[in-house]
Design a protein around this ligand. Structure first.
Ligand SMILES: *Cc1c(COP(=O)(O)O)cnc(C)c1O
Length: 393
């Protein structure tokens, strides 16, 4: 991104005037045109009625599917609107038939909610969870994956970018192996969509889930699911209502034939339309440019942090994304976060279930997570580093 584009991004991000927002992996600041669009939609619901607004803006609601499809190189019929990434992911994961002895392969850095769901279904079905360990770079060992896959493997499932660090998992390499062995591949792209170019054909995934509020800068309470065309009719969602299916008589219901069979009827209509708008906004800058800017800024931040004594940058992997994590010997992560908040700098703390399996192995309790977006400036990076130095020196 050039100076002009960055200036435009900052001008159109009203929150930049108030705060240094390095919590984009939590929830980004919405862009003004997207936020204004959302408020207008809600205002119309207030003034004219919810059903009436949905009817008059039906094309804008449809636009959501077209935009998501464009963003990830899919077809609109392969996209479902779901209220968050976790439920989108669940709708697919709980659709996949599993029985005793079957295996699910995931990675060490897997997201906590997903691990809980694997264990939940393992308990229900007798299937087994297998963890692919990391190589010396801290990335899933793809050579090992070839040895783990066998006839019992019913799913390979992984977070593209884990929530608690800069690691970018090798989604394409894993996809190539999954395809070679004919194993379905579910990618949790919650942290990667919006900060990287994502192409489901290149990746080779069968299913992909993501959220609105993180790097796509959409409203909270929005998410989407991608289901590859040939899977749509082969899977029965774990929950269905009269939107997902129609009732024909006392014995028969007919499921929809597009990915919207994974949706439910009532939803955040304004959010869905504004999420579509947010994707348009991102694509207007262009995802390759966005990615380049974010990754470069994050590398710069890591370099600065590494110069601070007794501070350890905890990001793994060769390629590192916009999530920068660190800990300090003398000051715990929660204190750093609250001290920064008093100075109008937003970061978050990664601890607990989100990164449990990875943190346990590495002996980490908690880290500070500073996540950069393209609208953050070089001045904000400097400001951030000087605040950290003041705090810990
Ligand atoms: C945030 C996150 C999720 C959950 O997204 P929600 O929209 O909060 O459900 C899932 N996976 C990863 C890797 C995440 O970082």
């Amino acid at each position: 991104m050039n100076k002009k584009e960055i200036q435009r991004a900052r001008n159109e991000t009203r929150g930049c005037e108030y705060v240094t927002h390095f919590n984009n992996a939590g929830s980004s600041l919405m862009a003004a045109p997207v936020a204004d669009y959302l408020y207008e939609f809600l205002k119309e619901e207030e003034m004219r009625g919810g059903y009436e607004t949905a009817a008059s803006r039906s094309m804008e609601l449809e636009n959501f599917y077209v935009r998501v499809a464009e963003l990830i190189n899919a077809k609109p019929k392969e996209i479902a609107f779901v209220e968050n990434a976790t439920r989108a992911w669940d709708m697919i994961f709980y659709s996949i038939p599993l029985k005793a002895g079957d295996q699910i392969i995931t990675v060490r850095s897997e997201y906590g909610s997903n691990v809980i769901a694997y264990l939940h279904r393992a308990k229900q079905t007798g299937a087994e969870l297998v963890i692919l360990e990391n190589n010396d770079d801290g990335e899933p060992d793809t050579n090992q994956l070839r040895k783990l896959v066998n006839k019992k493997t019913k799913l390979i499932s992984m977070s593209h970018i884990p929530t608690g660090g800069g690691l970018v998992n090798p989604a394409n390499e894993i996809g190539a192996i999954a395809n070679e062995y004919g194993v379905p591949y579910l990618l949790d792209a919650c942290q990667s969509v919006g900060q990287m170019s994502i192409d489901v054909e290149d990746i080779g995934c069968d299913f992909l889930s993501a959220t609105g509020r993180k790097f796509l800068r959409g409203p909270r309470g929005t998410g989407f699911l991608y289901v590859k065309e040939d899977w749509i009719e082969r899977l029965e969602p774990p929950l269905i209502d009269q939107f997902a299916a129609s009732l024909l008589d006392e014995k028969t219901y007919l499921l929809r034939r597009d990915a919207r069979k994974f949706e439910n009827w009532e939803r955040y209509f304004a959010g869905q339309a504004a999420f579509g708008r947010a994707i348009e906004y991102a694509m207007d800058f262009g995802l390759p440019k966005i990615q380049q800017r974010i990754f470069k800024m994050a590398d710069k931040l890591r370099e600065g942090l590494q110069e601070i004594p007794r501070l350890e940058v905890t990001d793994q992997g060769r390629l590192k994304c916009g999530i920068v994590t660190f800990r300090h010997e003398a000051m715990d992560a929660a204190t750093i976060k609250s001290e920064l908040a008093r100075r109008k700098v937003n970061v978050s703390v990664s601890s607990g279930s989100g990164s449990r399996l990875s943190f346990m192995e590495r002996g980490i309790e908690a880290v500070v997570r500073a996540s950069i977006h393209y609208y953050n400036s070089e001045e904000e990076l400097e400001h951030f580093l000087s605040k950290i130095r003041q705090l810990v020196e």
